[in-house]
Design a binder for this molecule. Structure first.
Ligand SMILES: *Cc1c(COP(=O)(O)O)cnc(C)c1O
Length: 469
């Protein structure tokens, strides 16, 4: 299978190439040249498989050049109850449990990995993929995080041979637990870089460094942000697995999905799962007060605002949603010239216009909702009362959108994007009780932390890489 850049100028590559390259050389993101579609018989079979077996089938479709035995081995290592165990009650009967709430709402519990956000699933796999594809060569991973990708990526590559990781996070804008999960990892593989700025500033630095082809080549830079296709591929699994299982269990033809969105990686994975045949009808991306994604689906104008509003769901405090470019590529039927023009406009004028594509979006069932802080908190309280279930603020944004969109008798899936204890201050403020923490994280904020503090300046970050790679 070939992968092409959304902007059309980069050389095409295979799955392993996308793993190592991250961002394409023309600034675009990799997409499969053709999205594989599963047959009805495949989908029926998936509804009876565990998620490791579904993951195997999905990844084999995306990475035909990787030996079947190698994929099988990686999958067994990742989609494994030893890695994904409910941290609180120790239940490890299913790696991705689906929990039914009242009113046809189904939570997909994908945050039971080592760092308690959904990002663990993809990043545990990515760590193994890097090691496999590198075959003993060395790699320096460079990424920016709003909190969860960083810790999940660090734990995904820790102990993997030949890999170092340089991770930018916005100083003081992550939760204290998130910062501790990154910065308390003291290892000569790991370089935490705390920048004076926002996630978007960090992402801009990373993109700029990846844009320097010579530097990138010299230090063999790799990406772990959701610009990396392998992460999207790994996340497609959630939606194929969960939709086929729920559809079978409740004997319906389809499910709806609502997703708390930031960089749009989780949402694009769901859209791709749908295009691969997963029985999904409507997909709703839910934003917090940082509502750029919602504005683009309302007006067709993609215009990141300059200001990022600090909310209780910091992993969604994002204005420029990188993976939306993949959706534009799909919506234009792979018109890379159009994508290139749009992203040139974004660069020079700060916005682009896709109002002609809004109807296509609606036709395929995609829409968005904006959820205020008050609504997010109210939803946390409501679900705690009605279902005795603690939501973290990010998941709550998704559930709030699901409440607006749901129809009686139609199951709606919402991914649990983080465990409530990651954001325990807001959980306790709203629910009046402390979110339980797994033993491994008790007191982690008190451990010594190591990080380098700098301004969001590509040159400064390059110097750190030069010194430590
Ligand atoms: C990363 C993250 C999100 C946003 O996901 P995207 O794939 O970036 O849209 C939402 N909630 C939590 C807890 C996250 O860590």
């Amino acid at each position: 299978m070939n992968y092409i850049s959304t902007r059309g100028f980069a050389d095409k590559t295979n799955f392993s190439g996308t793993v190592l390259t991250g961002l394409a050389s023309d600034g675009g993101l990799f997409m499969p040249s053709r999205i594989p579609v599963f047959s009805e018989a495949n989908l029926r079979a998936f509804s009876r498989m565990n998620c490791a077996d579904v993951a195997f089938c999905v990844l084999r479709a995306f990475a035909p050049e990787i030996a079947t035995r190698a994929i099988r081995k990686m999958i067994q290592e990742v989609y494994n109850p030893r890695v994904f165990t409910n941290a609180i009650d120790g239940n490890n009967s299913a790696v991705m449990p689906i929990r039914e709430l009242s009113k046809d709402r189904y939570l997909l519990e994908i945050s039971n990995g080592p760092t308690l956000s959904f990002k663990d699933v993809a990043l545990q796999l990515l760590g193994l993929l890097f090691e496999y594809v590198l075959c003993g060569k060395s790699l320096n991973i460079l990424g920016a995080t709003s909190g969860d990708t960083g810790s999940a990526a660090i734990h995904g590559v820790l102990g993997r041979k030949g890999i170092k990781i340089f991770m930018l996070h916005p100083l003081g804008r992550t939760s204290p637990l998130q910062a501790a999960q990154m910065c308390s990892v003291i290892s000569d593989q790991v370089f935490n870089i705390a920048i004076h700025g926002t996630f978007d500033d960090g992402q801009a630095v990373v993109k700029s460094i990846f844009g320097d082809a010579e530097f990138k080549q010299k230090y063999n830079l790799g990406a772990v942000n959701s610009i990396n296709w392998a992460r999207v591929a790994a996340q497609v699994v959630y939606y194929i697995y969960a939709s086929t299982h729920v559809v079978k269990d409740v004997r319906r033809d389809f499910v709806d999905v609502a997703i708390g969105a930031g960089n749009f990686g989780n949402t694009i994975s769901c859209i791709i799962a749908k295009r691969m045949g997963a029985p999904i009808r409507y997909i709703t991306a839910a934003t917090n007060s940082n509502d750029m994604l919602h504005r683009v689906t309302q007006t067709g104008i993609y215009r990141p605002s300059k200001e990022v509003i600090v909310t209780a769901s910091p992993s969604m405090d994002i204005q420029g949603a990188s993976n939306f470019e993949r959706y534009v590529h799909l919506l234009t039927n792979g018109d890379s010239e159009r994508v290139r023009t749009l992203y040139d406009n974004l660069k020079h004028e700060g916005e682009y216009d896709i109002s002609d594509l809004l109807q296509t979006m609606r036709d395929e069932g995609f829409s968005s909702e904006r959820v205020s802080e008050g609504e997010c908190f109210q939803t946390m309280q409501d679900v705690y009362k009605s279902d005795d279930y603690m939501l973290d603020p990010h998941t709550s944004v998704g559930v709030c959108a699901a409440n607006r969109k749901r129809e009686d008798g139609v199951p709606i899936l919402i991914p649990v994007t983080a465990q409530p204890c990651k954001f325990d201050i807001d959980v306790e403020k709203n629910l009046g009780v402390k979110a339980p923490r797994p033993a491994s994280l008790v007191g982690i904020e008190d451990l010594p932390q190591k990080y380098i503090e700098v301004d969001p300046d590509p040159q400064k970050v390059k110097e750190i890489i030069e010194m430590n790679a």
